[in-house]
Unconditional design. Structure first.
Length: 283
């Protein structure tokens, strides 16, 4: 697994070569967090003014996967908070958007949590805590989506970690809001219905890895991926994950398959929104 991952990361992400040489301290996530506090009372805005930085450090500086060779995934987080405090507890509700800036994005409008200003954000895999458990859940889902690109169903261990967190959270009756929806999300990701999509991602990135070394194999893998993509989008033309993937990587696919007009026409048929782009590659 590590050998395959190294080969694919080194070819697709140039910074990875530096990581292999030991020139950069490895980490899996490079987070940028933007927290909007304008809806909070002024005293709460002051109390939480550093929280976005704490979250950024929490996500960025932890060794999530135990791998020491990855180019960090750029993760963007946007948070909008409202005050839900009572006389005995500081509590907040918020909306949460997390994305890798390309094809993976999740929006959560049910975040509700207790937080006392100054509380340290500490990783403890064995103990569920409502605030950090929520962050861990989405961090593992993002990483699972990335690992699916570098091995057949390679993200499963990280999706399983997210599922375990959701299972634990369902027993926290005081902080259960939103976890039914999150549980449904992770069960959907791990369902049989999602396997074609997850295998499709791996095939495309296998193709990218072979490009320039074995172009015929690269195009063959690309064609196999397109076949899976056709099945997904024929069944549901608005399947969000597939639509986002195609939006993010259609140029790389076109460049890889520029000499195979059949594949280009098949992809174009799946993506009418970018018809003008595909025409530039058609002969």
């Amino acid at each position: 697994m590590k050998r395959i991952l190294k080969q694919r990361w080194a070819r697709f992400f140039p910074l990875f070569a530096v990581l292999l040489s030991g020139g950069i301290q490895a980490r899996q996530i490079q987070a940028t967090v933007k927290m909007t506090l304008e809806r909070l009372p002024l005293d709460k805005q002051e109390k939480l003014k550093d929280l976005q930085d704490f979250i950024s450090v929490y996500l960025s500086d932890y060794d999530w996967t135990g791998e020491d060779f990855e180019d960090p995934v750029p993760v963007g987080v946007q948070i909008f908070l409202q005050d839900k405090s009572s006389s005995f507890e500081d509590r907040y509700a918020g909306t949460f958007l997390i994305s890798n800036g390309q094809d993976i994005q999740y929006y959560d409008k049910y975040w509700d949590f207790p937080y006392q200003a100054g509380d340290a954000l500490v990783h403890n895999e064995n103990v569920y805590q409502p605030f950090t458990g929520f962050l861990n859940f989405y961090a593992y889902i993002i990483l699972g989506g990335e690992y699916d690109k570098f091995g057949p169903l390679g993200g499963s261990p990280y999706f399983e970690k997210a599922r375990l967190i959701a299972d634990q959270a369902m027993f926290d009756s005081q902080n259960v809001r939103g976890w039914k929806e999150r549980k449904e999300l992770i069960e959907k990701i791990l369902s049989e219905d999602m396997i074609p999509f997850r295998r499709m991602k791996d095939l495309f990135f296998t193709a990218f890895a072979h490009s320039g070394e074995d172009d015929s194999l690269a195009v063959r893998n690309c064609g196999d991926a397109v076949t899976l993509l056709e099945g997904i989008l024929t069944k549901n033309a608005e399947q969000k994950d597939a639509v986002n993937f195609l939006k993010a990587f259609h140029i790389q696919i076109l460049e890889l398959c520029r000499n195979d007009q059949g594949i280009i026409r098949r992809i174009a048929a799946l993506d009418p929104e970018r018809a003008e782009t595909y025409k530039k590659y058609m002969k």
